[in-house]
Design a protein around this ligand. Structure first.
Ligand code: F6P
Length: 477
């Protein structure tokens, strides 16, 4: 199918206006996407047939939307501050830790129990907030990471929060074991847990009063909205975290009231769906032109790919559509000096999402914004070199590379919340379009089981020859 982004602009003076949306002060310019207004409309018909609006209402109402696990997905409820008492225990625990004389809190967790916190930490710092307690992170198994996480810290002045929905994650518990040992006599008082499995945390040795629990129906990749955000609250106080929740809640309300499927998450989801299934563009590159948002692509990798990287529909039948883009990306402008050559001249390329902050008077801030806009323009419209240029064929960029420009009003907890809620809603809409369950992750579970099996092995002979050879290589002296 041949499409031409530039012809959309040539044929309609209203393309930009028609394809731009606003939410919570954020501007979403979808006009340089490859989807036409007519195609958008026909997808909206599909969404009507799929009762998308009701599906959102069921999600928000806490009905079961994750059939394979028989669960609701209640992350939207977590950020509805009208039910403010929901987080009272969490807020009180955060204050208690912050005032207990400790100097550092180490957030121990992985995946959804880590990525959102790191992103928020960067955004909070960049927004001018100061840490009242130093915040560090440790995700995994690597002893180097552990040593760096505790380097220079004093066990008497350090608290650990083990953030794990399941409280059975190998990486988190391995770090927990190291922390217990490292804390020595402080282990009983300085270890905390944020989990939906308090019984396991208790059995692990965390004191009852040091456990903050949340509902099992909050999915792992939505953990940042739950008690998992305890380390952020300890480091920055409760107010900025609540502002982040409020920013997300505002976008939830917009989407819940949108019966025309016209808000930013819908157009984002429909554009991505169109790119993959109509013009075979399967990569979606996230380029934040903001140091504060440099971890956004990592966060979205889990949110999007762990949710929609599926092969069967809710009925269990193989799906005929491509349900999920490959997400990757890095901070601009560094990205321009790495893979933008590929983005501009590879025969297929990728769709790109450019995120930029409204510039201040700072020279670098202005240049960042200008670079972001320039790249958005170059990707869409390309470059036709001078006819007399002998190197014209080498210099030509065809353009026609779909891209979305997201302009943030500021770097703040509230804007971060709004942006993440926009992406979450778009993931849910893509799942609806493809009739898949975005709330389970059985592909990941299998890897965890296999790793356990290898760890408990006493007989390698049942493994394939490659696995056997690698284990033997590791054990050879
Ligand atoms: O990667 C799989 C996963 O289950 C994610 O969904 C989750 O965010 C992560 O592991 C960590 O899980 P937990 O919070 O249970 O330790």
């Amino acid at each position: 199918m041949s499409i031409s982004i530039s012809s959309f602009f040539a044929f309609s003076a209203y393309r930009n206006e028609a394809m731009t949306r606003h939410a919570a002060g954020v501007i979403f310019d979808f006009s340089k996407q490859a989807i036409s207004i007519d195609e958008l409309q026909s997808f909206r018909t599909t969404l009507t047939q799929k009762n998308a609006h009701d599906a959102f209402k069921r999600l928000a109402a806490g009905e079961i939307v994750n059939p394979t696990e028989g669960r609701a997905a209640t992350h939207m409820r977590e950020r509805d501050l009208a039910h403010t008492s929901r987080h009272d225990a969490l807020r009180a625990t955060a204050e208690h830790i912050a005032r207990s004389g400790i100097e550092t809190v180490v957030s121990v967790g992985i995946g959804g129990s880590d990525l959102g916190l790191r992103l928020a930490d960067d955004v909070f710092q960049a927004s001018g907030l100061k840490q009242r307690v130093q915040l560090r992170f440790c995700t995994g198994l690597d002893p180097v990471e552990w040593l760096q996480a505790v380097d220079g810290l004093n066990p008497a002045k350090t608290a650990f929060v083990l953030a794990s929905k399941s409280f059975s994650t190998l990486e988190t518990l391995t770090t927990g074991d190291r922390a217990k040992h490292w804390l020595r006599s402080h282990a009983t008082t300085h270890m905390y847990a944020a989990t939906s499995s308090p019984a396991r945390a208790r059995a692990y040795g965390i004191a009852d009063g040091n456990i903050v629990a949340f509902d099992e129906s909050v999915g792992g990749r939505y953990s940042v909205w739950s008690a998992v955000n305890l380390p952020l609250r300890v480091a920055y106080g409760n107010a900025p975290v609540d502002a982040m929740l409020a920013g997300a809640h505002g976008v939830d309300q917009l989407v819940l009231n949108d019966q025309q499927f016209d808000t930013s998450p819908y157009i984002s989801a429909l554009s991505r769906h169109f790119n993959r299934n109509s013009i075979n563009i399967t990569n979606n590159v996230i380029v934040p032109y903001s140091w504060a948002f440099r971890k956004l692509a990592e966060y979205l990798q889990q949110l999007v790919m762990e949710s929609n990287g599926k092969r069967v529909s809710t009925s269990g039948a193989p799906i005929a559509t491509d349900p999920c883009s490959a997400i990757w990306g890095t901070v601009g402008t560094a990205a321009q000096h790495a893979y933008f050559q590929w983005l501009h001249q590879h025969p297929v390329g990728a769709a790109v999402e450019i995120i930029a902050v409204k510039p201040s008077s700072d020279v670098g801030s202005k240049a960042l914004f200008e670079n972001a806009v320039a790249q958005s323009r170059a990707l869409a419209f390309g470059l036709e070199p001078d006819a007399n240029d002998a190197l014209g064929d080498y210099k030509r960029t065809t353009g026609n590379r779909p891209n979305t420009f997201i302009g943030l009003p500021d770097v703040s907890p509230r804007t971060l919340g709004a942006l993440l809620a926009h992406y979450e809603a778009s993931v849910f809409i893509e799942a609806l379009l493809n009739d898949i369950n975005p709330f389970d992750q059985y592909g990941v579970e299998y890897g965890k089981l296999l790793a356990k099996e290898l760890a408990c092995r006493n007989d390698n002979s049942r493994f394939d020859s490659s696995t056997k050879a690698l284990l033997e290589w590791a054990n050879a002296h």
